[in-house]
Design a protein around this ligand. Sequence first.
Ligand code: PMP
Length: 407
Amino acid sequence: MAFDVEKIRQDFPILHQTINNHPLVYLDNAATTQKPIQVIEAVAGFYKKKNANIHRGVHYLSNLSTDLYEQARRSVQHFINARHDYEIIFTRGTTESINLVAFTFAEAFISQGDEIIITEMDHHANIVPWQQIALSKGAKLKIVPITDDYQLDFDTYTRLFTEKTKIVALPHISNSLGTINPIKKFIDFAHKHDVPVLIDAAQSVQHEKIDVQDLDCEFLAFSGHKIYAETGIGVLYGKEEWLDKLPPYQFGGDMIENVTFEKTTFQKLPLKFEAGTTNYVGAISLKAAIDYLTGIGLEEIEKYEKSLLNYAIDQISQIDGITVYATREDNKTSVLSFNIHGAHNYDVGMILDQMGIAVRTGKHCTHPLMQRLKIPGTVRASFALYNTTDEIDRFIKAVKKAKQMLI
Ligand code: PMP
């Protein structure tokens, strides 16, 4: 089926409005995506006719709700090609998924003097949990640097390993630069040292097909809200053998098997990691979003979004006095990070907003990366499957105007 962006746009009610007297151009998709009517209706329909708490009831609605929740789990399993549905843990989002792994992994496997490898282009969500672990355990963070063309430096990575290396955690796609990291190569190398790998896929599952069996990563995390589903739902994928080895993260509710005041036993996977009442409606919204994306086809989406990005890079490169970060087009996707020389990113963002264009400005939760680039931040336009070249034209026009006003 040909990719029909106008038809897709009809599915997103929020796009059809004016902001500051201009038609909305929403280019803040790396922060969160808008929701198609199919997701909105799945949630509304659930609350109108199907809602009850999962896993605890004998009654009809509770069973229905539980079935839909477990269907959502299988839908995620197939979406990322996990071997088993119980390798899919529902969390609040990428941040919680990474915290879950960091704190339980540390409890089981990290002691004084051990080493954890992360990267210079990580989001704070994949820096700070490991940094806190390092502080409390007396472990050491080792950082993969980036090269001057905004790639992870693989050679240095290979030299960071010692017999003390316990885990590697790295982003698939950088939220600030759009760089697609060759994670399979990184995972394969870590495995040569018997070191497990966590992939932060917050910026990748919505843009390209992920196959966790092919990647062979031990853990992978992503957020529902960046993939057209609700906020407050996310996924932690973990290989069964690794999830089995980790202790529970939180205690209470659904993760309990039996309690006495002397001793508590816990559920097996996946409930072992799903304490309390989970965001089961969020999970149902995630299934609706996955159905929506797979209905269009991830490959089609990837191709279309890359063409949008290349178009935007071509256009912006024709304006003098602009630095675009991560200009190698072959391995980057959906993020255009730039600065107008002599203008602060915040001022550019404000002017764009006046013209109805939503972009993000600042450090994008990647302070160490901005320190490495020696900049206070960037203006970030990030694309989704509903953006058009016409919108990019309007964005470029607004950037020219901002430059005129500020310089
Ligand atoms: N990692 C990356 C690469 C991200 O872009 C984000 C969100 N900006 C996160 C982690 C955190 O995601 P969330 O806030 O949904 O937990």
